[in-house]
Design a protein around this ligand. Structure first.
Ligand code: ADP
Ligand code: MG
Length: 607
């Protein structure tokens, strides 16, 4: 009888393994970069076409491979990094499973060129879908080049599953950064569609950090250095004033391997909590050197999750190290973000290091930039937002408020009438009162304004470009290379919404104009908010969603604040505009914009 069970052909087995190792172009970059690092390279060049979908090329000047090894490296479980079982518990190299190249070659067209230093000729091998197409000698400099073309060309389902180019590029850059940070001694470059994105010369860690994340970090990093038991810590934390709007710039490396650890991240977040505003994130890049017997990096195929045998001790250590580093930066909060500390804060098991005194009166060098008393947006700023939809003639001078019928001793109320004749009050605290259809409405002015602005910005996508106000002093906004790639994709929606932007040199945008009414000083903030929003939502968004996210960010940044006094005219305009919205009841963030109380309820109350 014929046997039913058969061994899978290698090509199929490799393709299955590839499912685990190679999820997207970024996975290929990661594996190729790690191999180049393991090969002892001092220079690595990455070249990409179409977010790596068409071409991923990684060249290094490392050890190179012999003719036999060049062929062998594509076999599954072919590795030079582990010889015996014991090696598994002392891994210092990035790779060791010996399945990356086999997996990549199973789902792409790969060309490898490699030459040992003391051999005159190199070897060139072409392999596609696990089939070797050719192998021959070639002339080249010592080192190795992998060219990976048309990823998933033979697995259409996977290829179709790939996300848009900006999304895939973002993933690639993340992997690139995770290799670049722990290896400042290696000169790394990255070129995408013939545009140089990174050129990171060999240097020290701080130079690498500045080159990757921007010169605004210069002199704003505090070193972390501590040896405790079997673990030692090094690296940098960002001083509180350079907090970020998203988590993108937080890195842990264990034995030079990037890892994700929400638990350890929490330790740092706790240490920072009195120093930076809520919902912002400190920069950190922390290296933990730890005897490999105390950590298991083998629990996940892509190896970003690790298991420490004593995580709690690491947590406590890390937290106290960071607290101490913070105390030393004299970045003591001369401001108060949090309300009074809670009892749990005070009775924490580890007493927090006492914050040092601010060095200067008021704004010490450590004081965050935007902590001056919040400037009241000038009314004219946002008023102009109404210009395009102006329906009511604007009186040159504001009329004095009509006498208040029921002046309240507690609330300072203003009163006006809408065009429909309803009575309007502005209560302190940012509420607008009015009567509508036998109900009393209490409108939250800030949330209502956000809704109005949001819808106006959205309409601009339907072909009606919003008017732009030209800035007297064009503003330049600098981004990290990764963020800049994203921002570049926004040119069209930004223009629709009334921005005038132009690329200006490396990773910099000049903003010549903003949507009418956007306060000049907020341009940078708006871009940060848009980036944070888009990253937080996973970036895998359709154009429409992208546009909505941008509109939401702009509306949130430009709406009136609750403590802003509005003129009669503005009150009326606000109410009218709100009820012209398609969804007047909710702000773009989902919060209600007003509360409705039926007047019949009042009658019941007074019996
Ligand atoms: P692993 O890295 O887990 O050993 P890979 O499939 O990534 O497995 O690579 C297989 C082997 O090919 C490596 O162990 C190494 O010997 C060799 N190799 C891969 N890339 C390079 C390179 N850039 N330079 C020198 N040798 C390489
Ligand atoms: Mg490898």
């Amino acid at each position: 009888m014929q046997s039913l069970i058969q061994l899978l052909p290698d090509a199929i087995a490799n393709q299955i393994a590839a499912g685990e190792v190679v999820q997207r172009p970024a996975s290929v970059i990661k594996e190729l970069l790690e191999n180049a690092v393991d090969a002892g390279s001092t220079r690595i060049d990455v070249v990409l076409k179409d977010a790596g979908k068409t071409l991923i090329q990684v060249s290094d000047n490392g050890s190179g491979m012999s003719v036999q090894d060049a062929r062998m490296c594509f076999e599954r479980h072919a590795t030079s990094k582990i010889r015996e079982q014991n090696d598994l518990f002392g891994i210092r190299t990035l790779g060791f499973r010996g399945e990356a190249l086999a997996s990549i070659a199973a789902v792409a067209q790969v060309k490898l060129r490699s030459r040992l230093k003391d051999v005159e000729l190199g070897t060139e091998i072409e392999i596609a879908a696990s089939q070797v197409k050719k192998q021959e000698a070639c002339a080249m400099a010592p080192g190795t080049t992998f060219m990976v073309r048309n990823l998933f060309f033979n697995v259409p389902a996977r290829r179709n599953f790939l996300k848009s180019n900006p999304v895939e590029t973002r993933h690639i850059l993340n992997e690139f950064i995770r290799v670049a940070l722990p290896h400042p001694e290696i000169h790394l470059t990255l070129t995408h569609n013939d545009t140089p994105v990174y050129d990171l010369p060999a240097g020290d860690l701080t130079q690498r950090i500045y080159a990757l994340f921007g010169q605004d970090l210069k002199d704003k990093l505090s070193p972390v250095a501590e040896k405790a038991g079997y673990a030692s810590f090094s690296g940098y934390i960002g001083q509180p004033e350079i907090y970020r709007k998203n988590r993108g710039e937080q890195f842990f490396f264990v034995n030079n391997r990037f890892i994700k650890s929400p638990y350890l991240n929490h330790a740092i977040a706790q240490a920072f909590q009195d120093f930076i505003p809520k919902e912002t994130y400190p920069f950190y890049c922390i290296f933990i050197e730890i005897d490999p017997v105390h950590v298991d990096i083998n629990i996940h195929p892509t190896k970003t999750e690790v298991k420490f045998d004593d995580e709690r001790t690491l947590y406590v250590l890390l937290q106290s190290i960071v607290k101490r580093a913070l105390a030393q930066t004299s970045a003591a909060p001369s401001f108060d973000f949090k309300e009074t500390p809670t009892t749990t804060d005070i009775y924490q098991s580890q007493p927090p290091a006492p914050p040092a005194m601010p060095t200067k009166q008021g704004k010490g060098p450590g004081a965050p930039k935007n902590l001056e008393p919040r400037q009241k947006a000038r009314t004219e700023d946002w008023e102009t937002l109404y210009k395009p939809a102006q329906r009511i003639p604007q009186p040159p001078v504001e009329k004095p408020a009509s006498p208040q019928l029921f002046p309240s001793p507690k609330t300072s109320a203003k009163q006006a009438e809408t065009s429909e004749g309803q009575v309007l009050f502005q209560l302190s605290g940012g509420y607008i009162l009015l009567e509508r259809e036998n109900s009393l409405l209490i409108i939250h002015q800030q949330l209502a304004h956000q809704r109005i602005l949001f819808e106006r910005l959205l309409h601009s996508q339907e072909g009606k470009q919003l008017p732009s106000q030209t800035l007297l002093f064009p503003q330049t906004v600098e981004f990290s290379a990764a963020d800049f790639l994203m921002v570049k994709e926004w040119e069209e929606p930004l223009t629709q919404m009334g921005f005038e932007v132009k690329e200006f040199g490396k990773n910099t945008l000049v903003v010549y104009g903003t949507p009418a009414g956007v306060p000049t000083g907020k341009v940078r903030e708006i871009f940060e908010e848009m980036l944070a929003d888009i990253k937080a939502s996973g970036q895998d968004r359709l154009e429409r969603q992208l546009f909505e996210g941008m509109a939401r960010s702009i509306a949130a940044r430009t709406a009136v604040t609750p403590n802003q006094k509005l003129s009669m005219l503005e009150l009326r305009q606000m109410v009218e505009d709100l009820f012209r919205c398609t969804a007047p009841g909710f702000a773009p963030n989902g919060k209600p914009t007003y509360k409705e109380m039926p007047l019949s309820g009042l009658a019941d109350f007074f019996q």
